[in-house]
Design a protein around this ligand. Structure first.
Ligand code: FAD
Length: 465
């Protein structure tokens, strides 16, 4: 028989939203159950952030090994064993997912395998192939994440790949076509180009990497060109013909129909929330656009005891945003008065070079009515960047003119993904460009570029004229 099991807080989905929420709720004294239908760690750990970054690292090493002539290194016969690269990626994923499982256990969170379906506002049924078990809860957190959008003319198959398929290829494509130049398509396209594939990116808009400023994407496009990646913008993908050994992609660009042959085509045209087929209609949960769940600033849905976080609610589909919301939701359930504050969510794109932003761009700040003082400092004028032979890029800071309050930062360049943390902290702490300029940064480091950009904003840089 199916005797209901009682729990305090039931979390559905064990991605970076769900597992963080579960641990935080347990820390606050809740009896927590987490339900997962696939792999612990969700998209991020298994088929997203982590495996993509592992392949990107392999690509960098390989690329650098082959092309360090400027520094006097000529390596002959640099080879890549792609199956070993895949095994490395798998080992990274396994370490992290195993780690998360251990953390859940250590925090006494009960992990249940199966698919959760809401019966009513206090009950879910969890089903696997063989059985079903009912759980009753006081609070629930929906953290079911998202999945790749599949377009009818590009049904996923052996050679028509989603990001998941592209991460799990068993052979290195000689030629890869990427449809959609968002950050996922551009990152994976860059990785495969570094690994040795010939890559074409087909994008519908007039630029790749929507959401990043033109002055940033220009530098990435220069890098792509250097790698031989073809970027076709204002193009629309029409369809694909698949044979045993490859694909022919038909697309329209510049008023002409064109064809591209490849071993594989990767389709990254967006992700949709996993909010269907889980009984949300029965709950009468208020939905927002495009299948997203409507929540307030405490991540609470229209049903009082049910919360939603991560890719199923609006905002950037990013792991750290999901985790942040997970902590807020768990704290609210634990009786605290937490609310979300999205002022300083960083966004990073792991291309060559990397892009990173936090807070407002100059244009956004002006639109919001600020009188702005902004300034840029180039990597090319920084000693460490020169020594690293990584001189492409800049740090730009955007501040409120009246008092120098930091409103936003944009970084293009090697290490941008790590450098953005300092500026996120500065925004979060309400610091001014003067605070950054007068913070002693170790020499010679890339971190100094932020300090120098702050001096540029203030009008007295030391190292540029
Ligand atoms: P998810 O990670 O999607 O987890 C949801 C979990 O819920 C899944 O495990 C799913 O199986 C489970 N689930 C769904 N429905 C049910 C159900 N009914 N019952 C039980 N379980 C269920 N973000 C970054 O911040 N940085 C990056 O570098 C980055 N790179 C990415 C690269 C790729 C290729 C992709 C695809 C994504 C990347 N992302 C990145 C985005 C990031 O992965 C997501 O934003 C993040 O995983 C969202 O977390 P989540 O907890 O909301 O959901």
């Amino acid at each position: 028989g199916d005797f209901p099991i009682e729990t305090d807080t039931l979390v559905i989905g064990s991605g970076p939203g769900g597992y963080v929420a579960a641990i935080r709720a347990a820390q606050l004294g809740q009896k927590v159950t987490i339900v997962e239908r696939e792999e612990i760690g969700g998209v991020c750990l298994n088929v997203g952030c982590i495996p993509s970054k592992a392949l990107i690292s392999v690509g960098h090493r390989f690329e650098q090994a082959k092309h360090s002539d400027d520094m006097g290194i000529t390596a002959n016969d640099v080879t890549l064993d792609f199956s070993k690269a895949q095994a490395f990626k798998e080992s990274v994923v396994k370490k992290l997912t195993g780690g998360v499982e251990g953390l859940l256990k250590g925090n006494k969170v009960e992990l249940v395998r199966g698919e959760a379906y809401f019966v009513d506002g206090n009950t879910v049924k969890v089903m696997d192939e063989k059985s079903s078990q009912t759980y009753t809860f006081k609070h629930a957190i929906i953290a079911t994440g998202s999945r790749p959008v599949e377009i009818p003319s590009f049904k996923f198959s052996k050679r028509v790949l989603s990001s998941t398929g592209a991460l799990n290829l068993q052979e290195l494509p000689k030629k890869l076509v990427v449809i959609g130049g968002g950050y996922i398509g551009t990152e994976l396209g860059t990785a495969y180009a570094n690994l040795g594939s010939e890559v074409t990116i087909i994008e519908g808009a007039d630029d790749i990497l929507a959401g990043f400023e033109k002055q940033m994407t220009t530098i990435v496009k220069k890098g792509l060109k250097k790698k031989g990646v073809e970027v076709v913008v204002k193009a629309s993908a029409k369809g694909v013909e698949e044979t045993d050994s490859g694909v022919t992609v038909t697309y329209e660009a510049g008023g002409e129909e064109k064809k591209a042959e490849a071993d594989y085509v990767l389709v990254t045209v967006g992700r949709r929330p996993n909010t269907d087929e889980m009984g949300l209609e029965e709950l009468g949960l208020k939905m927002a656009d495009r299948g997203l769940i409507d929540v307030n600033e405490q991540c609470r849905t229209s049903v009082d005891n049910i919360f939603a976080i991560g890719d199923v609610v609006s905002g950037p589909q990013l792991a750290h945003k999901a985790s942040y919301e997970g902590k807020v939701a768990a704290e609210v359930i634990g009786g605290q008065t937490s609310i979300v504050d999205y002022m300083a969510i960083p966004a990073v794109c792991f291309t060559d070079p990397e892009l990173a932003t936090v807070g407002l761009s100059e244009e956004q700040a002006k639109k919001e009515g600020y009188e702005v003082a902004a300034g840029k400092f180039p990597f090319g004028a920084n000693g460490r960047a020169l020594a690293l032979n990584a001189t492409e890029g800049f740090v730009k800071l955007v501040s409120r003119k009246s008092d120098g309050l930091l409103l936003g930062a944009q970084i293009v360049g090697q290490g941008a993904s790590d450098m953005i943390a300092e500026l996120g902290l500065a925004i979060e702490a309400g610091m001014t460009v003067e605070d950054i300029a007068m913070t002693i940064h170790a020499h010679p480091t890339l971190g100094e570029i932020a300090m120098e950009a702050a001096e540029v904003v203030m009008g007295h840089p030391i190292h540029i004229l």
